[in-house]
Design a protein. Sequence first.
Length: 222
Amino acid sequence: MKLAGREWRTLVSTVRLGPDSYRVIRPARPIAHASLYEGRLGAQLSVDKAATAELASAWWLAARSPRSLVYLPLRAGRSTCGEEYGGRRLDLVLLHHSLGFPASRWKQVRARLSPSAPHKVELPPEPFRPIAWEEHEESTHRGFRDRLRWTIAADTLFVVGSRRAYELQGDAVRALAEDCPAHLAETPDTHCCAEIALGRYGARDGRDPYAELHVECCNRHW
C-alpha cells in the first residue's frame, strides 16, 4: 500500500476550557482492528492493514500540526494479533511539544468533543522524508534533544515531540504501512513491526518502562 496521495477523513473539533481552546483531530470512522495496551515492557499496539494507514496518516499530521491534538480512540478496538497483553487498554494522542498541553486536562477535553463537519487530509507524494545516516547517528547521543516523550492520563498514551522527533521515527511508521502487508501476504506467520523509541534517555532513575512503542501488523482478525 502506497501512502503518497492517500486521503484520510477526519473530524475536527475545538474545545474550550475556560480561556483556553484546543483543536482535536480524530478519524471520521472508528478504527476497528487496532488495539493499544499498557504492557509490562512498554506500550503494545496491534494493527491490521487498514489501521497501519490510519496510524501513518495521524503520524504525518501530528508532525505538521503544532496546534492540534491528533486523537486515535483505540480502547474499543479489537486485537489483530490474537493475544491480549494483560494491561489496561489505552487510547492514543499524538501532539507537538510546543502546544504545551497538560495531559491532566485531557479527560475534560475528551468529554466535550462534539459532532463536527468532516474534513479531508491528503498526504503528499513523499509524506515521510528520508533520514540521513548522520541524523540517525546523532539521535543516539545521550544529549540529543529531539526525542519523543510519553505520558499517560485518562487511559490515554500521549506521544509528545517536535516535528523532527516525529520525522526521525517516521520511516518505521511508513514501512509498517507500505511494506508489512506485502510481507504478510507472502509469509503470513512473519513478525512485522515498528519499534518506536519513547523517552529512552529520560527517566530519572535510569529505567523507563515506556522506552518503546511496539506496533505489530497482523492481517488476522480474531
